[in-house]
Design a protein around this ligand. Structure first.
Ligand code: ADP
Ligand code: 5GP
Length: 190
């Protein structure tokens, strides 16, 4: 069933690194194959198992700058020393077709989208506590200590901005958070 709410056709998920965005988005895509997730461009190095064009489009700083100067990104921002951005054309094509679109991006990008697409539903994913966030980001084991420190530092700013969003979902119990997201995005049972 197509979402009845226009806003639900374009949703954006933001939240501090390690809160569980990737985990929840993967579950959402499994359960709702009609949902389309934008694949971002980044200058960050691939993590083990990450594939170019699947998890991200991996770019050098030069080719990322080129994308920016060509106007190829819908939004972009620097996060913990790397650049991240949403390729514009694939999103515009999906919106045109009426496909439900999901972006998983950080705070500065969310603010840019709020200006350019005020109709997009903006969801903030919050951890049950800062301590739990720290445990999750360390437990994931994908970053070195310096990168973890940068991400946790940025997390404090991001958490303070949660009231700017249309809705806040707390990712304590994963299944409950998943159901909350499905309700907000008006995703029908698979
Ligand atoms: P993000 O994409 O926001 O950076 P991830 O999805 O990579 O976060 O999750 C970070 C870590 O937290 C992962 O190891 C993941 O398995 C774990 N995690 C995610 N959601 C929960 C949850 N509800 N309870 C406990 N651990 C979780
Ligand atoms: P990670 O390096 O953990 O994959 O992502 C770091 C941060 O960048 C996360 O908060 C993630 O949501 C954000 N991010 C991923 N893609 C984009 C994007 O296209 N634009 C913006 N602004 N942020 C992004």
């Amino acid at each position: 069933m197509a979402p009845t709410n226009r806003r639900a056709r374009f949703a954006l998920l933001t939240g501090p690194s390690g809160v569980g965005k990737g985990t929840l988005v993967a579950r959402l895509l499994e359960r709702h194959p009609q949902l389309w997730l934008s694949v971002s461009a980044t200058t960050r190095a691939p993590r083990e198992g990450e594939q170019d064009g699947v998890h991200y489009f991996f770019h050098s700083r030069e080719s990322f700058d080129q994308l920016v100067s060509e106007g190829g990104l819908l939004e972009w921002a620097e996060f913990a020393g790397n650049c991240y951005g949403t390729p514009k054309q694939p999103v515009m094509e999906r919106l045109e077709l009426g496909t439900p679109v999901l972006l998983e991006i950080e705070l500065e990008g969310a603010r840019q989208v709020r200006r350019s697409f005020p109709e997009a539903l903006q969801i903030f994913l919050a951890p049950p506590s800062f301590k739990e966030l720290e445990q999750r980001i360390r437990g994931r084991g994908t970053e070195m200590e310096a990168a973890i420190a940068k991400r946790l530092d940025r997390a404090r700013t991001e958490l303070q901005a949660q009231q700017e969003f249309d809705a806040v979902v707390i990712n304590d119990d994963l299944e409950t958070a998943l159901i909350d997201l499905e309700r907000l995005m008006e995703l029908a049972e698979a």
